[in-house]
Design a binder for this molecule. Structure first.
Ligand code: ATP
Ligand code: IP8
Length: 261
């Protein structure tokens, strides 16, 4: 089994609200079709320029503070439904048997961390030879009313239960760099992040402005706290996603979680 994240940075333009990269999703769908023929697959997509700006406007990530936020919950859910609808349609048009599963309908959190997740639903859709598609979402939270659940946390949780052979995070950059590659031409790609070099690298990572789940910094932390190894690749480069799905060597960053393998 493979778990694939279609990052919000890949499938949308995070600098422009509600802007989808249709051509990129189309190509990704074709590469998934060719690269994941003989394996079970779960896809999780991020919020990109749909979920993040709306959630930020209403401070949804801070939990319930004010009744005005209710409108924000509704609009964040709507934004994610709209993005998911476009992703699902494109994947279906390319012949992939995808089933959209709305996380807020079967996952809940406590203080921002998953406390209930009916994994059986995922298992049974996999048994039916479909491809479950989940996404970062606004979900109910036992302690703070609601929270934003990132696709990255969903992946860590899924992996703990399903033990996938590969986890691929497809983004719009080649992997994790020593500094933001979009701001610094001299940024150097880090091939592997593990327990030995993590602290030093983590300190230098920046929080992405306008990203309510903490951007690349939180992503690395999420993986390091999990028992998974995940590879971050740039799926804007044609062919890389297919190769990564097939298990071939691709330019990227391997992040080694608690397994240390
Ligand atoms: P989403 O959370 O919307 O699903 P994503 O999972 O695709 O998005 P981001 O959280 O947006 O990923 O992280 C990728 C972005 O992080 C890149 O587009 C880049 O602009 C930014 N970034 C900042 N610092 C770094 C760094 N040191 N190395 C790599 N990317 C960085
Ligand atoms: O983009 C966040 O998920 P992520 C989802 O995977 C929302 O961090 C609703 C902002």
């Amino acid at each position: 089994m493979i778990i694939l994240k279609l990052g919000g940075s890949l499938i949308t333009d995070k600098k422009k609200e509600f802007s989808i990269r249709q051509d990129v999703i189309d190509r990704a769908a074709r590469e998934i079709k060719e690269g994941a023929k003989d394996t079970q697959l779960i896809i999780v997509h991020g919020g990109g320029s749909f979920g993040h700006p709306v959630a930020e406007r209403f401070n949804i990530q801070d939990g319930f503070k004010d009744k005005k936020q209710i409108q924000g919950i509704v609009l964040t859910r709507k934004a994610m439904t709209d993005l998911n609808q476009q992703v699902i349609t494109t994947l279906l048009d390319n012949g992939l048997p995808v089933i959209s599963l709305q996380p807020s309908a079967f996952i809940t959190c406590s203080s921002g961390r998953i406390d209930r997740f009916n994994i059986d639903i995922i298992k049974r859709f996999l048994e039916l030879e479909t491809i479950p598609v989940l996404f970062g979402d606004v979900v109910l939270d036992k302690k703070q009313g609601f929270c934003i659940l990132s696709g990255d946390q969903i992946i860590a949780n899924l992996s703990a239960h399903l033990n996938p052979k590969r986890i691929i995070l497809a983004a719009d950059v080649d992997g994790i760099f020593d500094k933001n590659p979009k701001k610094h031409a001299s940024a150097r790609l880090i091939k592997e992040i593990n327990q030995n070099n993590f602290n030093e690298i983590y300190q230098n990572l920046e929080k992405l402005e306008g990203d309510v789940t903490g951007g690349i910094k939180n992503k690395v932390m999420e993986i390091m706290n999990s028992k998974t190894n995940q590879t971050i690749i740039n799926a804007l480069v044609p062919g890389r996603l297919k190769k990564a799905l097939l298990g071939e060597e691709v330019r990227g960053t391997k992040v080694i979680g608690k397994t240390g393998k």
